[in-house]
Design a protein around this ligand. Structure first.
Ligand code: BGC
Length: 472
């Protein structure tokens, strides 16, 4: 009897809650339309005279080959892209087609360094690298180094890479517009107690594609859905108008997170997305990313819960201090709440922790909110990925494309049904493509080493120059 009553109350309240959630539901037709917009933006980003203003930057990476399994050697890899910085010592072994992580070390990047000066950031990185080299007895060697730097960079050469702007909560001064490799080398030279060899700069998407490509040579797309979101893919050189040469392919870092920065996604941005953007440290930048990635999903849910409570549809109209605090509803809560078996129990614990007085209807409604926000994220990623696979298929004049995507990122890995939702929707939006999804094993670390290995073996054409119309 009681269950029946709960279901009845839930159904009637959820009808009202669904009115708030409606703007988050994107039909297949809408997603197709979004995909068509992204395609236009991608072409704009590749154009010699149009890329300056393009919100989707389509950055040439100078990676012209995916691994062919013959790479080998010892490398250092640095990985900066979130709240932690990692140093790795990696061995690429030809015989076993394996990338072995010999050892690694994690250093936290405290908030004050994330938002301090560039010099402080790179001194911190150089100190962390020094500690690691000491612990491995490697200070006397000058190993080639792969630097996974997961922010939008204009790559001038494999070892010259200019930060366009920070994303994901970083805002160190004096780095935007500068060569990140030089800032790293300068910091190491300031210490003068060790040196590094050749450097290959890599975006995490490229690292992911390369590390998966070592196992599966048809991997030609790398995708990240974690703190931030982005993808890279192998584009025909003849379409990369900013780089000289017509032959072969080059990996393009799309920086799809910037989609919408020209206002082109206003029709699907909800009032909650607008607040998330406005209150972020980089308003107007990475609008698409702010609807999708782990740095923002929790906050979107929190804002929805606050609104529903204010409108007396949740918690009998009573919020809590925690719920009213930006950032307190973490994205990992969404994954925990959506777990198949323990989801409702997890939700109860989370709401209690947030100081809320809930009943079983509230718990179900909160789960409905989480579902809606995460499905929209998965569907937007699907639309973007479909744009890429459809483009690769058309580029090659194929009726049917079989390809592999290397994927990484906490949202994709940890959310209980994100990957299923994403894959099902890509399938519908790109019906003439069969896609294998390969979750990368530490793409940022091992992938950086792969790129360094490939670069080192001169599979990269280091002498290809940007055409004169450079943006920076
Ligand atoms: C950055 C990308 C990166 C992505 C995933 C975004 O914020 O702009 O360069 O690949 O996050 O880490």
């Amino acid at each position: 009897m009681e269950d029946f009553y709960i279901i009845f109350v839930y159904l009637s309240l959820s009808l009202q809650v669904k009115k708030y959630l409606k703007p988050f539901l994107l039909s297949q037709e809408k997603l197709q339309e979004i995909s068509a917009r992204l395609k236009k933006n991608m072409i704009q980003g590749l154009g010699k005279h149009t890329h300056h203003k393009a919100p989707v930057k389509m950055l040439p990476t100078f990676v012209r080959a995916t691994p062919d399994g013959t790479e080998k050697g010892d490398f250092l890899a640095l990985d900066l892209g979130g709240t932690n910085f990692r140093v790795l010592y990696v061995r690429v072994m030809e015989e076993e087609q394996k990338v072995l992580k010999m050892d690694s070390q994690i250093c936290a990047i405290p908030q004050d360094i994330m938002r301090g000066t560039g010099e402080q950031l790179f001194d911190h990185i150089a100190a962390c690298l020094a500690d690691f080299l000491d612990s491995q007895n490697l200070k006397g060697q000058t190993l080639p180094l792969g630097f996974t730097f997961s922010f939008p960079c204009e790559q001038i050469e494999i070892d010259k890479s200019i930060l366009i702007h920070w994303t994901k909560g970083f805002s160190c001064s004096e780095v935007e517009g500068k060569d990140v490799v030089k800032l790293l080398r300068d910091a190491i030279h300031r210490r003068a107690d060790y040196d590094i060899g050749s450097v290959a700069m890599v975006n995490d998407t490229v690292g992911t594609m390369m590390s998966c490509g070592y196992k599966d040579q048809s991997c030609e797309i790398g995708m990240i859905i974690g703190t931030g979101t982005n993808a890279c893919y192998m584009e025909e050189m003849k379409n990369v108008k900013r780089v000289e040469g017509e032959d072969g392919r080059m990996c393009i870092n799309t920086e799809w997170g910037g989609f919408g920065d020209d206002g082109s996604l206003e029709d699907i941005q909800t009032q909650f997305d607008v607040v998330v953007d406005k209150t972020s440290i980089n308003p107007g930048i990475h609008i698409f990313e702010k609807m999708i990635s782990g740095m923002y999903l929790g906050e979107i849910v929190r804002l929805l819960l606050v609104k529903l409570t204010e409108d007396k549809l949740l918690f009998k109209g009573k919020t809590s201090e925690a719920l009213l605090t930006p950032g307190r509803f973490e994205t990992r809560f969404i994954s925990e709440i959506e777990e198949q078996d323990r989801g409702l129990k997890n939700c109860q614990n989370i709401l209690t922790e947030l100081g809320l007085k809930w009943d079983s209807v509230d718990v179900r409604l909160v789960r409905l909110v989480c579902d809606t926000v995460s499905i929209r994220s998965a569907h937007l990623c699907a639309a973007a990925l479909a744009t890429i696979v459809n483009r690769i298929r058309e580029n090659r004049g194929l009726d049917y494309l079989k390809t592999t995507v290397g994927v990484d990122g906490t949202v994709y890995r940890k959310h209980p049904n994100f990957s299923d939702k994403l894959q099902a929707m890509v399938h519908r939006l790109a019906p003439n493509c069969s896609i294998t999804f390969l979750v990368s094993e530490d793409g940022s670390g091992k992938g950086a080493a792969m790129v360094t290995a490939v670069a080192h073996l001169v599979l990269l054409t280091l002498n290809c120059k940007l055409t004169q119309d450079q943006s920076m």
